[in-house]
Structures are given as structure tokens and as C-alpha cells.
Design a protein around this ligand. Structure first.
Ligand code: URA
Length: 470
């Protein structure tokens, strides 16, 4: 048994270099014991021999999707992860297509590790709460305490550096601490909860903000506990209010309904009017002949979801399954979209989802109908409908999924990469964000895992903006 020592729990580079050398020397997974740090090999420690030199001209390659999956899974706290990843690496080296085989137990298990890590990263991004302290020389530092489930602290750091670039902050965790002084990120040893301040003047602001955005009619305690597990509550000032708000939710809901009833009695029936107008619009669109796409498609697929949405999503056009079902985003791209929304903590039921083009465009190949991209004329003909939808919904925040939606909302073609990652103020669609279309993630060959994670990160950031605007 050979012992392979890694420098740290999240030492991906060390694992990759060792795994590559061992794979080139054909060392079987069963001959290895992986461990971290000095002298922790315990009973298994028999030989910590130098890594074998690779035979001359030997090469070993694996798909990038494997490396990106491994980069996440390695951050899981499961002590078996290094060995499992090495076993998978050997198999993928001789059969790259294995990465696509979701029925393979090892692929599934490692996928689950990566998913747990992504979720933990999302929780850390969303639930870290800083408390303000005075430092010598009249400076201020913000300190947060957080207990991640996995070894994600270094991987989470760039998010905080980017978001809080101008603040001086520290994040303390049991494993290590991070300190940012506005220019340089430093690491320190792990800490305990008592090293972090317990409250600060900002807490009141958080509590007021939370109480203001708390909507009793949308209270789902189970979903709330799932999204914001109790474990994190101690660090989040606003959660001090939860018990009280939940207890009063029923009364507040009744009061809200009464208020809206009174509003209805004294003003035009705005909500009902919007619904009636939207239904009329959808009915009219069913008979649309503005371009030729209606000839082959089964039906018009109109938008779906509330007319006062938390977020309005605009996709490209219905696919094969949407064309048959008459509903947007229900096929494979829709399922991936649902998964990403869930990973980003967004409730699809609160969102309105529509498409830039309302009819399915395809090429018939035998029995199969293969998606074909709409051309500029078809997109522009359908612009009429989305213009009406935007005028009716007047979204606070809209997301363009992919290039066709960008063309429709921005009125011109533009690359996703030039628009992604920041907000664009547009007269009709409000604050507008751009990200890739979920079907891009189904098509992409290399780094699918990383692209998916980027998509979820985009959605999580958009969710934070939508919460602030709601
Ligand atoms: N792709 C889209 O853009 N819209 C759908 O409804 C389905 C797939």
C-alpha cells in the first residue's frame, strides 16, 4: 500500500499531479491510501515513496468535464473522495464517455458530492452576515462567522473579494479565516464562534429590511427551513424575527387580503384587468400568422406564471415538448432550468417564463423534429408579442436566456459574454440581466460542470438583486 499525502483538505492541484503520475505508472486504485497533512496515515501508513516518474512520452488525458467535476467534489468532507476520484479517473482515462453515464454508481456518487459542495458554496455566499467593529486609527472592519459543511472556504473567497472589494472584512470559520484589507487577501488559522462579535449597529437595519420584505402570504416554513437551514440562523440577525413573523403570519395575511380588498373597492380592478388583458393577448396570439412558423408548429406557446413576477425569464422559442404541451420550458432544457433555479434558491412558481419566439421552429428528420434557430425576420415578427407582454407585466427584473432573447430585449444582436454579469437598464424590461440559455448547457462538451456552476452563480446573483428590488 502506497500512501499519498496531500498538503490540505482542498489541495486539488496536489491531488491532480499525484493522480496523473500514478495513472501514468498504472498504479491501481486499490494500492493507494490517500491522506492529508503530516503523519496522518495511521495504520495504513506503510510507504510514502516518491511518486513514480512517468514513462517517457506517456500521456494521459481525461475530459475537461471530469476535471471540473473533480475540482468541486474534492472539496467535500467525505474522506473517501480522493480515492473515489482516482478510481473514476482511471476508468474515464480509458472510456471518456463514462462521464455522460449518469447510471454509473461512481459517477453518480461523485456527482452528488459536487452537488453538495455547490450547495454549500451557495449557502456561504447567501448566508454570511458581517458585523461591524471599530479598529485602531478610526477604521472599520466587518467580521462574519460561518460554519461550512465542506472544505469550501478558499473556493468561496473570490465571491466575497469581488462583492465587498472596498470593505475591510474577515470571515472566520472553524477550518481557517480569511482577511481582506481592500487589496490583499490573507489566510489565518481557524477560529471559534466566540472570536466573532455577536451584534452590531447594522443588525437593526437587517431586521428592518427583512421584516419589510417578509410576505406572509408566501410563507412556507418547510421551504424556508430547507433554503435557510436552522444551522445558519445564529449568524443571521434577521432570523431573530422569524419566530415572531411566522407566529403573526396568519393575522398579517388576513390584514393584507383586507387591504387589497379595500384597494380593489376603490380603484379599477388592476390585477383582474391585467389577467383579463393577458388572457386576451394569449388568445390572440393563438391565431398569429405574423411569420411562417405557425404553419408547422402544433400551437403557440405563450408565457406562464404570475403577472407580478419576482423575475421574468425570456427564453428563445418552445422546443419539441413545449410545442406539444403548450407550456414553456417543460422539456430537457426546462428540466435543467428547474434544477438550476432550485440550486440557486429561486422558486419558479414566483417567476414568469416566456419566450422571444412563440412557435417551435424545426427541421423534420425522419420521425424526429430537430430544433432550428429562428432567423432575424422571425424574431422581429414575434417582437410584437413580447412587447405586449412587457407592457402588461412591467417587470422589475428580467433575465434574457441566450442570444435570441438578447436580440429581442436589446433590439440588436450582442454577445452573451459582453453583457453577462451586470445589470442593464432597459425601458421595457426593467433591470435586465443576461446569461446563457439552459440548452447551451445540454450541448456544451467541455467543462459542462463548470458552465452549469457559472449559470447557477448567475442565477444566485440575480436572485439577490430580485430580493432587493422586490
Ligand atoms: N427553450 C426555450 O427557449 N424555451 C422553451 O420553452 C424551451 C426550450
Amino acid at each position: 500500500m502506497r500512501t499519498v499525502r496531500l498538503a490540505d483538505e482542498d489541495d486539488f492541484d496536489g491531488w491532480r499531479d499525484a493522480a496523473r503520475a500514478l495513472a501514468l505508472a498504472n498504479v491501481p486504485a486499490s494500492d493507494l491510501h490517500w491522506c492529508v497533512g503530516e503523519g496522518s496515515g495511521g495504520l495504513f501508513e506503510q510507504s510514502s515513496a516518491p511518486l513514480p516518474a512517468p514513462p517517457a512520452q506517456a500521456t494521459f488525458s481525461v475530459p475537461r468535464s471530469f476535471m471540473s467535476l473533480a475540482g468541486k467534489a474534492i472539496l467535500h468532507r467525505d474522506p473517501e473522495r480522493f480515492a473515489m476520484l482516482y478510481a473514476l479517473l482511471l476508468r474515464v482515462g480509458s472510456r471518456p464517455a463514462l462521464m455522460e453515464d449518469r447510471a454509473d454508481p461512481l459517477v453518480r456518487r461523485i456527482d452528488a458530492l459536487a452537488k453538495a459542495v455547490r450547495r454549500d458554496l451557495h449557502k456561504m455566499h447567501a448566508f454570511v452576515r458581517f458585523r461591524e467593529i471599530e479598529e485602531p486609527e478610526d477604521t472599520t472592519r466587518f467580521i462574519a462567522w460561518f460554519e461550512p459543511d465542506h472544505h469550501i472556504v478558499r473556493a468561496a473567497a473570490p465571491f466575497f473579494v469581488e462583492r465587498f472589494a472596498n470593505m475591510r472584512w474577515s470571515i472566520l470559520t472553524p477550518e481557517r479565516s480569511l482577511h481582506w484589507d481592500g487589496a490583499v487577501l490573507k489566510e489565518g488559522p481557524g477560529a471559534t464562534r466566540s472570536d466573532a462579535p455577536q451584534d452590531d449597529p447594522l443588525e437593526d437595519m437587517w431586521k428592518r429590511y427583512y421584516a419589510a420584505i417578509f410576505n406572509p402570504a408566501r410563507l412556507k416554513v418547510k421551504a424556508m427551513l430547507k433554503e435557510m437551514p436552522k444551522k445558519y440562523w445564529a449568524n443571521m440577525p434577521e432570523t431573530a424575527l422569524v419566530r415572531e413573523l411566522v407566529a403573526g403570519a396568519r393575522n398579517r395575511e388576513v390584514a393584507m387580503v383586507e387591504r387589497s380588498q379595500a384597494h380593489r373597492d376603490s380603484t379599477p380592478l388592476q390585477g383582474d384587468n391585467a389577467l383579463a388583458a393577458w388572457r386576451a393577448l394569449r388568445e390572440e396570439a393563438r391565431h398569429c400568422t405574423r411569420c411562417d412558423l405557425h404553419r408547422c408548429a402544433t400551437q403557440t406557446v405563450f408565457g406562464a406564471g404570475p403577472l407580478d413576477p419576482y423575475i421574468l425569464f425570456v427564453g428563445e422559442q418552445p422546443g419539441d415538448q413545449e410545442d406539444l404541451a403548450g407550456e414553456p420550458f417543460v422539456g430537457p432544457a426546462g428540466q435543467l432550468f428547474d434544477r438550476a433555479l432550485a440550486d440557486a434558491g429561486i422558486d419558479r412558481a414566483r417567476c414568469h417564463v416566456t419566450n422571444a419566439v412563440k412557435h417551435f421552429k424545426f427541421e423534420q428528420r425522419g420521425k424526429r423534429r430537430i430544433h432550428a434557430s429562428p432567423n432575424a425576420g422571425e424574431i422581429s415578427a414575434c417582437r410584437f408579442w413580447i412587447g405586449q407582454e412587457l407592457a402588461l407585466i412591467r417587470p422589475r427584473l428580467t433575465v434574457a436566456l441566450g442570444a435570441t432573447a438578447v436580440r429581442t430585449l436589446f433590439g440588436k444582436a450582442a454577445s452573451i459574454s459582453s453583457l453577462r454579469g451586470s445589470a442593464h437598464a432597459l425601458p421595457e424590461s426593467g433591470e435586465t440581466w443576461v446569461t446563457v440559455h439552459p440548452s447551451f448547457l445540454l450541448r456544451v462538451r467541455d467543462d459542462r460542470e463548470a458552465e452549469y456552476a457559472r449559470f447557477v452563480d448567475d442565477l444566485a446573483r440575480i436572485d439577490a438583486r430580485a430580493a432587493a428590488l422586490a
